[in-house]
Write a protein that binds this ligand. Sequence first.
Ligand SMILES: *[C@@H]1O[C@H](CO)[C@@H](O)[C@H](O)[C@H]1NC(C)=O
Ligand SMILES: *[C@@H]1O[C@H](CO)[C@@H](O)[C@H](O)[C@H]1NC(C)=O
Ligand SMILES: *[C@@H]1O[C@H](CO)[C@@H](O)[C@H](O)[C@H]1NC(C)=O
Ligand SMILES: *[C@@H]1O[C@H](CO)[C@@H](O)[C@H](O)[C@H]1NC(C)=O
Length: 346
Amino acid sequence: MKMNILLAAVGLINIAPAVAIEMAGVNLIGLAADASLLGTAYTEFTSTSCGEEQTNYPYLDPPSLYWSWRHLGFNLIRLPVAWGHIQTALGGPLNETTLAGLDNLVDIITGNGSTVVLDLHNYARYDCAVIGQPLLNLPGAPKSVTDEHFSDVWAKLAAHYESNPRVIFELMNEPWGLSAFKWADTMKKAIRSIRKQAPSHRILIAGPYAATVTTWEIRSAVALLPLLDEAPVGQIIFDLHQYFDILNGGTKDCLAWELFWPAFQTVTTTLRNHNATAMLTEFGGGPNEACAAIFDHVFQFFDDNSDVWKGWTAWSNMRGDQAISPNASSEYYALTKVMSKFAPLA
Ligand SMILES: *[C@@H]1O[C@H](CO)[C@@H](O)[C@H](O)[C@H]1NC(C)=O
Ligand SMILES: *[C@@H]1O[C@H](CO)[C@@H](O)[C@H](O)[C@H]1NC(C)=O
Ligand SMILES: *[C@@H]1O[C@H](CO)[C@@H](O)[C@H](O)[C@H]1NC(C)=O
Ligand SMILES: *[C@@H]1O[C@H](CO)[C@@H](O)[C@H](O)[C@H]1NC(C)=O
């Protein structure tokens, strides 16, 4: 750094000024609102059952919700989808009902020049079975789920969205409780299968421990960085998440930015050294000053490091307790206002 400043001072290199982040927005979570941590659809987030427990099909977010965020200047929308909704039977065709609703939303968002992150929201699982790591399956898991199943759903999704470069494929939301190296191998196969169908689409990959920034350097870096070799520079993007409370999203409180900053800095430096990029596709907080303050810090950090950080999407749960909202009457609008200051199109 000192050397750069010296060289800049004598006019040998230019230090580029910070450039605002390219893409930012929110999650519209309807199609994953009934996904459990064990990878089952039609149930509750914390359910311990491996099978479906309810029959109501999840909701499709209305396009008006996209427009509300777009009018605030946002241009990145993450669409989490439970695997069981997009592919009713493992290895089978994509589900036409889900696809029709999803396509409608994707076409509206990308037709308006915004970008979609299509996120398979299954925690590296399907009905209590861990993808490609059968020894870790829970006893109640009705079947095992292989790397081939995972590559198959992605090949079909990639073929479907091949003509739309504004769709980014997020292989898997928040893997947890598995071997990072085996998981990296599973993702490698899926990346290859996507690239056969959609050779230049961007692909988001996440490591274990729910993709958290605070664990990434120790738990993910060594296993996942080699996947950069699977595609040209910029095509593979690292997906990270971070909630700012003591339970990583379990409460509405936020700790101080100073506790998170070192991990953000470390990850950023490692990624920069590998010519790699990242997005923070989940974070959240309650409607209070501590959370507003940390939002402000983290967005500023991303703007200052926008060579590495390409986008962020807040977790916008319209029913749960991280209900970031575009509605000015919502108490959460205090957080939306901080987000808006950093909105790319504002
Ligand atoms: C597609 O999903 C819908 C909603 O869950 C379901 O009713 C339908 O049976 C599925 N279609 C197929 C062909 O599995
Ligand atoms: C997206 O929609 C907004 C609001 O209608 C409009 O102003 C803007 O021109 C659209 N952008 C593109 C690229 O279509
Ligand atoms: C980093 O990426 C740029 C293109 O974006 C390329 O010119 C450069 O050679 C890459 N450096 C390394 C170390 O891979
Ligand atoms: C905004 O929130 C208020 C108060 O909760 C509610 O009455 C109103 O219908 C909401 N507006 C929209 C567009 O959702």
